[in-house]
Design a protein around this ligand. Structure first.
Ligand code: NDP
Length: 241
């Protein structure tokens, strides 16, 4: 029987590439979205990927959604916590709402996505938890105190889960993308991208969503069981100290 993978924010950007790559590897895939872009969810019509709509920031909604996926698709073996947002502002202008929205989605959203499926993974003695963090969680970023805090927090989550899950056959790892050409990055003015951001990337280009998806399929595989609590940086050699 095919393994079941769940990808939050799996209908566009990096998440869409992850959903399609897992499907191509033979997983039964469920992809979630928030409902900001209903059109994006339609991509699954031709792929056979099932889509579900819920807000990852809400525990009750997430739990009910995950139970529905498990009833309709099967017990979740691979959970990819990918949904994320930015609400950028320099710290002195950042509102408590901007802080809270990002923490609720990017950090609490990971708890809400993994916690309900964790007991089943423990019982079945198999699980793959993969969190999409960010280079900005590793190095910090001007204007992103909220975002960087959540993405650094995501690394704390996987390092702790790795220790708790290791004996139960569960791994927890993170992927830290650099700048990837999705709507999140394309929202940055082109002039800023060309004059400030791309020159910082030794590869001289933005990454492709498929390059992140390949990290996820690698971590998800049966043969990656001894890779636990690790972070894969995929950033075109944009090193940091
Ligand atoms: P996009 O903005 O293209 O897509 C975000 C996805 O997350 C969408 O499917 C969106 O649903 C979903 N989503 C957002 N908020 C919620 C919510 N509250 N509940 C459920 N789903 C939600 O993002 P990217 O593909 O660019 O980013 C994906 C992940 O990768 C994020 O965690 C991001 O922080 C991280 N990342 C991205 C980088 C980049 O350069 N793009 C770099 C480093 C990390 P809907 O379509 O309904 O809005």
């Amino acid at each position: 029987m095919a393994r079941v993978a769940l990808v939050t924010g799996g209908t566009r950007g990096i998440g869409e590439a992850i959903s399609k790559a897992l499907k191509a590897e033979g997983y039964d895939v469920a992809a979630t979205y928030a409902g900001n872009d209903e059109k994006a969810a339609a991509f699954t019509d031709e792929t056979g990927i099932k889509t579900y709509k819920w807000n990852v920031a809400d525990y009750a909604e997430s739990k009910a959604g995950l139970e529905k996926v498990e009833a309709e698709v099967g017990p979740i073996d691979v959970v990819v916590a990918n949904a994320g947002i930015t609400r950028d502002a320099p710290f002195h202008k950042m509102s408590p709402e901007q802080w809270k929205e990002v923490v609720d989605t990017n950090l609490t959203g990971v708890f809400n996505t993994v916690h309900p499926v964790w007991p089943g993974m423990r019982e079945r003695k198999f699980g793959r938890v993969i969190v999409i963090s960010s280079i900005n969680g590793q190095k910090g970023q001007f204007g992103q105190v909220n975002y960087a805090a959540t993405k650094a927090g995501d690394l704390g989550i996987i390092k702790s889960l790795a220790q708790e899950g290791a004996r139960a056959g569960i791994t927890a790892n993170a992927v830290c993308p650099g700048y990837i050409g999705t709507e999140m990055v394309r929202a940055i003015p082109e002039e800023v991208l060309n004059s400030k951001i791309i020159p910082q990337i030794p590869a001289g280009r933005l990454g492709e969503p498929e390059e992140i998806a390949r990290c996820v399929t690698f971590l998800a595989s049966e043969n990656s069981g001894f890779i636990n609590g690790s972070t894969i940086s995929a950033n075109g050699a944009q090193f940091f100290v």
